[in-house]
Design a protein around this ligand. Structure first.
Ligand code: DC
Length: 238
C-alpha cells in the first residue's frame, strides 16, 4: 500500500548549472545555509575556509611560521589539498591524510586567518578554488568568493549577523569540542573579523552586486528560503 506524499520533494529538479557564492564573517550561518542550499539544488557544497584551515594545519605540522610568505610558498609547492567524498561525508585531505577532524579548533581558526593574509597562500588557493568551480553547479562559501575568486558568479550573497548573535552561535557549535567561554569565543571572533577585513589582499567585504542578508533576527530556515527565492529567479532567467 502506498501513501501519496503530502510534502513537496526536498530536492528541486534543477538542470541549470549555476555558481552560487556566500560570503560573510564567522558565525553568520554560512555553513548551515550553504549545505542546505546545495542539498536542495543537488549542487556541490565547497567550504573554502576548510582549505585555509588545511594550509594552516600543514604549516603548523611542518613548523612553518604563519607570517613567513616565502616559507609558505615553498611549503605549498608540493602540497596536494582537496576534498574527497567518502561514506563519512565530504573529507579534506592533505597529501592523502584525512585532516577533517583536526582543523576545527579555535587554534586552527586563528592560524587559518593568519596564513590567509599571505599572498602565496591566496594565490595557491585561488587556483584550487577556480578549478573546483570550473563545472559550476556548486555553492561556494568563504570570504572573497563574490569579490575575487568568482566575480562572475550567477548569484552572490553576503550573509551577516550582529556580533552578539554570531558569538553565541559559534559558542554553541564549539560545545564539547573546546573549553573556551562565550567571552573568549567573542574576543577571538572579533580579532579574526578584524584580521580578515583589514588584510591587504582580498579582504572580507560584500561584492557590489551581492544580495545582503542579515540573519540576526530571522531563522536559518528563513534565510535558506529567502536565498532560494533569489536562486529560483536566476534559474528562470533565460
Ligand atoms: O570560514 P572559516 O571560519 O572556516 O575560515 C577560516 C579562515 O580562513 C578565516 O578566518 C579567513 C580565511 N578565509 C579566507 O581568507 N578566505 C576564504 N574564502 C575563506 C576563509
Amino acid at each position: 500500500m502506498s501513501f501519496p506524499s503530502v510534502y513537496p520533494p526536498k530536492q528541486l529538479q534543477v538542470t541549470k548549472k549555476l555558481l552560487v557564492t556566500i560570503d560573510g564573517p564567522a558565525g553568520a550561518g554560512k555553513t548551515t545555509v550553504s549545505r542546505a542550499l546545495a542539498d536542495r539544488l543537488g549542487y556541490r557544497y565547497i567550504d573554502t575556509g576548510a582549505l585555509y584551515r588545511g594550509v594552516a594545519y600543514h604549516a603548523k605540522k611542518r613548523g612553518v611560521p604563519p607570517g613567513d610568505d616565502v616559507a609558505l610558498a615553498r611549503m605549498l609547492e608540493d602540497l596536494r589539498l582537496g576534498f574527497q567524498r567518502t561514506e563519512k561525508g565530504l573529507r579534506l585531505t592533505a597529501d592523502g591524510e584525512d585532516i577533517t577532524d583536526r582543523i576545527r579548533t579555535p587554534e586552527m581558526s586563528m592560524l587559518a586567518s593568519s596564513v590567509s593574509a599571505q599572498p602565496a597562500v591566496r594565490a595557491f588557493l585561488l587556483q584550487v578554488q577556480r578549478e573546483l568551480g570550473r563545472e559550476k553547479a556548486a555553492v561556494f562559501e568563504g570570504r572573497d568568493m563574490g569579490t575575487v575568486v568568482f566575480p562572475a558568479a550567477d548569484v552572490k550573497f553576503f550573509l551577516s549577523a550582529s556580533e552578539e548573535t554570531r558569538a553565541k552561535r559559534r559558542f554553541a557549535e564549539l560545545q564539547g569540542q573546546s573549553p573556551a567561554s562565550l567571552e573568549e569565543v567573542e574576543r577571538d571572533m572579533r580579532r579574526r573579523d578584524e584580521q580578515d577585513s583589514t588584510r591587504a589582499i582580498a579582504p572580507l567585504q560584500p561584492a557590489a552586486d551581492a544580495i545582503r542578508i542579515d540573519s540576526s533576527a530571522i531563522s536559518i530556515d528563513r534565510v535558506v528560503e529567502l536565498m532560494l527565492g533569489h536562486i529560483t529567479a536566476a534559474l528562470e532567467r533565460p
